[in-house]
Structure formats: structure tokens, C-alpha cells
Design a binder for this molecule. Structure first.
Ligand SMILES: Cc1cc2nc3c(=O)[nH]c(=O)nc-3n(C[C@H](O)[C@H](O)[C@H](O)COP(=O)(O)O)c2cc1C
Length: 335
């Protein structure tokens, strides 16, 4: 028996109602694809500077990658100039995006110094103008959404009022990361503020809860405690794409799938490395392959020495052979 409703964002039907969080240098096309194959409801690109996109910056443009196989995806953009955001949103639509998300949550110094990301929570009127500009730039049925934080600091927890203002300006969904800008990624995310945002918004506007969901149980608890319509997972998915399959099965009333076996880890590592080889620039590939090997071997006996050894190889094939050998030693019958 199905335990929760799918997520409805305007005309977009997201089932299961669980999303991969945008993460810079993590949610590239290979990882998004892997997570999509594991059954996530929707993936979104990492945040892309509207200014860089409109100036034609090749590195940023290369990150606006459509999901494979015609699957739906979102593009996240950031900035504080209406025109640049509107142009960037048009580019996202031209790339095939089903949703444009505006980042109003990034705490990074270089982003906040430009008064973008979470700094916009201190300028609700400008934030509204940005939503209106993007709303006006894309087709009427295409959802424009915003991801923001609990507030700037613990004395300014304005997420509920801020979300209401954004929805008035045309936002079709709000994602709340329950930390303040000053918290960065430290401490605990407040799920209470997510509940307050849910209560403040009209029912048809979905609220997605984000922060500290690491397990199937956390997913269920966040839904129960906040009343959120969807859950977004970031760090809990790194090296653990199985989490989405386990949550999807659980939300359908299925059994607890338990942790991945060593064989599962090997299969997923192989698939991830294959996707990296197809979709990563040659300059970055060796770095990404080492990273992937580290993710899927983490916690297994001898993983630290294995990681260290991969640093000494500059040939991609040699690192892959090393990784295969590592798994072969863990589970001889797996290879
Ligand atoms: C490495 C890294 C990169 C991130 N990049 C982005 C980003 O590009 N856009 C964004 O909205 N949030 C970004 N975030 C924040 C996450 O989307 C998410 O809000 C945060 O990690 C809390 O969720 P979690 O506890 O599930 O990780 C990033 C987080 C991490 C760890």
C-alpha cells in the first residue's frame, strides 16, 4: 500500500516524492544518472551562475546537462540581476529542463559577498522581483521553484514569511534547508522551521524538506514531523545512491531493503565509473574516478590504503584494475 502521495509541482508529477539535492561538484551528469537509475523522483543540476551562463562561460555551460534517456530534470541558477536570471532561465528551458530552481540558500563566502544565495533572504523584495523575472521568462506551465534556508541567523528565522512572499511572486514550490546561513553545514537542521513553512503556505504549493536525512527512517520521520510533501537528500546520497531505491520501496509500503552488499557496491561502482568515462571531461576524469572508487569502498577493510594507492596511478585503467582487485579480495566470487 502506498504510504504517501506523489509530489505535484504545477503540472509536474514526481513519484516517488524524493529529490536529489543540488550539490556543486557532486551532482554532475554521471551521479545524477546513477541516482535516477536508483529510482529518485527528480534530480537538479548544481547551482549555475546566471551571470556566467549569460556570458557564455564554457565551464558553467557544460554543467547544464540534460538527464539521459529523456528523463526530466531541473536546473538551478543563482544571481541577483533580474535580466541575467531571466536569460539563464530561458537557457535552462532551451536545454530541456522541466523546472527552474533559484538558489537562495548558498552560504559560501564568495556567493554571499556578491549578495546572492542565502544573502537574498535579507532582501525579500529583491527576491520577489527575481522570482517574477524568471516566472515571466519561461513558459507558463513550467514550474519556477526556490530553495532557501531557515534564515540568515538564529535571530532572523524568516523562512515562513519569505516563502509566502516568494509564492506570491510566482514560486510553484519551496525547498527549505533547515539551517541558517551562519550555521553553514554545521549543527543540526531545524525540521521545526520546515513545518512552519508548510503551515504558512497554501496547500497546493508543495514544500520540500531538506537537511540531515541519511536513512529511510529519517525520510519517514521528516515527513511525519514536518508535513512536507517531498524530501530532498544531499550528503546522505554521496556514495549511497541505494538510499533512493530503499526509500522508493518503503514509500510503496514495501520491505526494508537493508544495506547494500559488497556485490551491490561493486556493481554500482562499475556503473558509476562507466558513466564517468562517458560523460566527464578528460582533464577531470582521473580525479573523478579516484573519488568514485573512494566512495564505494569506504568502510571496507583496507579502504584507506586502497585510497592512498589510487593516488599514485595516473592511468585511468590502472586505477580501475586496482579497484577491481580490491573488491576481488573482499569477495573473491564477486569479480
Ligand atoms: C558539496 C555540497 C555542495 C552543495 N551545493 C549546492 C548547490 O549547488 N545548490 C544548493 O542549493 N545547495 C547546495 N548544497 C546544499 C545541499 O543541497 C543541501 O541543502 C544541504 O547539504 C543539506 O542537505 P543534506 O543534509 O541532505 O546534505 C551543497 C551541499 C554540499 C555538501
Amino acid at each position: 500500500m502506498r504510504l504517501v502521495r506523489p509530489l505535484q509541482i504545477g503540472p509536474l508529477h514526481i513519484d516517488p516524492p524524493v529529490l536529489l539535492a543540488p550539490m556543486a561538484a557532486v551532482t554532475d551528469l554521471p551521479f545524477r544518472t546513477l541516482v535516477e537509475e536508483m529510482g529518485v523522483g527528480l534530480t537538479i543540476t548544481e547551482f549555475l551562475s546566471a551571470h556566467a551562463l549569460t556570458k557564455g562561460a564554457a565551464k558553467t555551460l557544460a554543467k547544464m546537462t540534460p538527464s539521459l534517456g529523456g528523463r526530466r530534470f531541473g536546473v538551478q541558477i543563482f544571481g541577483r540581476e533580474e535580466e541575467a536570471l531571466a536569460d539563464a532561465a530561458r537557457m535552462a528551458v532551451a536545454s530541456g529542463a522541466s523546472l527552474v530552481d533559484i538558489n537562495m540558500g548558498c552560504p559560501a563566502k564568495r556567493v554571499v559577498a556578491g549578495a546572492c544565495g542565502s544573502a537574498l533572504m535579507r532582501e525579500p523584495e529583491l527576491a520577489q522581483r527575481l522570482v517574477r523575472a524568471v516566472r515571466g521568462a519561461v513558459p507558463a506551465q513550467l514550474p519556477v521553484t526556490v530553495k532557501h534556508r531557515a534564515g540568515w541567523d538564529e535571530r532572523h528565522l524568516n523562512a515562513p514569511e519569505f516563502a509566502v512572499a516568494l509564492v506570491e511572486a510566482g514560486a510553484a514550490m519551496i525547498t527549505v534547508h533547515g539551517r541558517t546561513r551562519t550555521q553553514g553545514f554545521r549543527g543540526q537542521a531545524s525540521w521545526e522551521i520546515i513545518r512552519r513553512v508548510r503551515e504558512a503556505l497554501p496547500a497546493p504549493i508543495p514544500v520540500v524538506g531538506n537537511g540531515d536525512v541519511l536513512t529511510v527512517e529519517d525520510d519517514a520521520r521528516m515527513r511525519a514531523e514536518t508535513g512536507c510533501d517531498g524530501v530532498m537528500i544531499g550528503r546522505g546520497a554521496i556514495g549511497n545512491p541505494w538510499l533512493f531505491r530503499a526509500i522508493a520501496v518503503r514509500l510503496q509500503g514495501g520491505p526494508d531493503l537493508g544495506p547494500p552488499t559488497i556485490r551491490d557496491r561493486l556493481d554500482v561502482m562499475r556503473r558509476h565509473l562507466e558513466l564517468m568515462q562517458k560523460h566527464t571531461s578528460p582533464q577531470r576524469l582521473i580525479h573523478e574516478i579516484r573519488k568514485g572508487c573512494a566512495w564505494y569502498t569506504k568502510g571496507l577493510p583496507g579502504c584507506a590504503q586502497f585510497r592512498e594507492r589510487t593516488q599514485h596511478f595516473t592511468e585511468i585503467d590502472s586505477v580501475i584494475v586496482l579497484a577491481e582487485q580490491f573488491f576481488h579480495e573482499q569477495l573473491p566470487q564477486a569479480a
